[in-house]
Ligand binder design. Structure first.
Ligand SMILES: Cc1cc2nc3c(=O)[nH]c(=O)nc-3n(C[C@H](O)[C@H](O)[C@H](O)COP(=O)(O)OP(=O)(O)OC[C@H]3O[C@@H](n4cnc5c(N)ncnc54)[C@H](O)[C@@H]3O)c2cc1C
Length: 427
């Protein structure tokens, strides 16, 4: 009699983009998958990312793209080589979401939101036989063949053939990924670097007057410099500092400076589109009877919040000389004590240590247990690098599971038939 086929499922723990991608690859090969998630629905952070237009990936050359992963760039060359930015665009297109390249090179779905993509993705997973179990919190990982879940007061042991960990990072914990997996994973002998905010605001101690008046106000078309890095963009004043794209892109510099000097000096150019001389020429025009604020608003086209910032750093009064004032507008100094907390950070640094992960995303300490997504110790600025990293590591983990189970050939066939099926559906 032939041996009985092993019908135990692969357990994918965490239903964010990384887990769903691993589940997609594995189920496309005909292997049973159960996705387990603590929240009432999966993909909540993906949906939140959709509020900003869902920056799926970036169109720059892959060599440049990889540099965005900083110290993890060589490590990420594997996953991003296996699932490149173009593959992310094809993936979205197969789900009925055509993409476009924005003026910054960032790639977005034309719908500029995540819900249609997630809906189509979950429908495909359902067709591939994936079971999604929500409101189930994983509380212990025995190994590749069993985990314990809490189903809302009751404990249940789930058996499987392999496990993919895709618990996410720890930012925006109300969306599900709260970093509570760290102790559980460390308890199994896996090295985990402490989780900390990344793509987070800069923590700045404002005066109460400034914070209460200007928190929530955007600083548009500015440039921020820190430790040799300079970024043009926007920032938003918060009660505890500055957040927004321009600040996020300087997170590495801010962290390095804080590590080195205890604080990071940010220099804000409030009029990066004007040269110092052009600005000076505007500031030497007589003020007449105008108030200083009106004059600055008209002569230098500064917003009330920008003028508020000038006053914030000049407790003894604004510089009287036009060239001193121009210098302040072109290089307003602010000291950040570090990055703002995890609750509003876009992503997390730290996570499962790269040296503990094999080439297939398999954990060296736990054979048959694979890992994917933001819970791995890589980080990147905003720009599509985060989702790309999650998709790519999810794909590699999925293929790793299939290789582990010995179903590599089936993968190729199933992927082909999946493509045909999708084409039929769209035509
Ligand atoms: C506001 C915001 C905007 C963003 N915009 C973009 C963007 O435009 N482009 C981009 O590239 N990136 C963006 N990101 C980042 C991106 O969304 C994340 O990097 C990505 O979602 C991480 O995917 P993941 O699958 O690793 O983890 P997650 O998406 O965090 O999913 C992890 C899942 O695991 C579940 N889970 C956690 N612990 C347990 C447990 N113990 N038991 C069971 N389930 C558990 C969670 O409920 C969650 O569903 C944004 C993030 C935020 C917060």
């Amino acid at each position: 009699m032939p041996p009985m086929a092993d019908d135990r499922p692969v357990l994918v723990l965490g239903g964010g983009p990384a887990g769903l991608m691993a589940a997609d690859v594995i189920s496309a090969a005909g292997v049973r998958v159960i996705v387990v998630d603590a929240m009432p629905s999966v993909g909540r952070k993906l949906l939140m990312a959709g509020r900003g237009g869902l920056n799926l990936t970036h169109s720059e050359p892959v060599g440049v793209f990889l540099t965005r992963y900083g110290a993890a760039r060589d490590w990420m060359a594997g996953p991003v080589g296996a699932f490149a930015p173009d593959a992310a665009r094809h993936f979205a297109s197969h789900l009925g979401q055509e993409t476009f390249v924005g003026s910054s090179g960032r790639v977005f779905p034309k719908a500029m939101k995540a819900s249609p993509l997630l809906r189509a993705w979950l429908a495909r997973l359902a067709r591939q036989g994936v079971t999604v179990r929500t409101r189930c919190r994983v509380t212990a990982i025995e190994g590749a063949d069993a985990v314990t879940i809490d189903t809302g007061g009751a404990s249940e042991r789930l058996e499987g053939r392999a496990v993919v960990l895709a618990f996410g990072g720890a930012s925006w914990p109300r969306l599900g990924s709260d970093g509570s997996w760290v102790d559980m994973v460390r308890a199994r002998g896996v090295g985990v670097a402490d989780l900390a905010p990344f793509n987070a605001g800069a923590a700045i101690a404002w005066s109460e007057t400034f914070a209460s008046r200007f928190a929530g106000e955007p600083l548009k078309r500015i440039a921020i410099a820190c430790a040799g890095g300079r970024v043009r963009g926007e920032a938003m004043v918060t009660r505890g500092g500055l957040e927004g794209g321009a600040v996020y892109q300087l997170n590495r510099e801010i962290l390095e400076e804080v590590g080195r000097a205890g604080k990071a000096r940010l220099e804000i150019d409030l009029r990066p589109d004007l040269t110092f001389d052009d600005l000076l020429a505007r500031l030497i025009r007589p003020r007449g009877k105008q108030s200083v604020s009106t004059w600055l608003r008209k002569a230098a086209a500064l917003s009330p919040v920008a003028i508020g910032l000038l006053r914030e750093v000049s407790p003894g009064g604004l510089p009287a000389a036009a060239d001193d004032l121009a210098m302040l507008i072109k290089g307003l100094p602010l000291d950040a004590s570090g990055l703002a907390g995890l609750s509003r950070a876009i992503s997390t640094r730290g996570g499962v240590r790269l040296e503990d992960i094999g080439p297939d995303m398999q954990l060296a300490a736990l054979p048959g247990v694979f890992v994917a997504g933001e819970m791995i110790d890589w980080d990147a600025p905003t720009g599509g690098y985060l989702l790309q990293g999650c998709f790519a590591t999810g794909v590699v983990a999925g293929h790793g599971v299939l290789r582990h189970l010995g179903v590599v050939l089936a993968t190729v066939q199933a992927e082909n038939s999946q493509e045909k099926q999708i084409e039929t559906e769209r035509s």
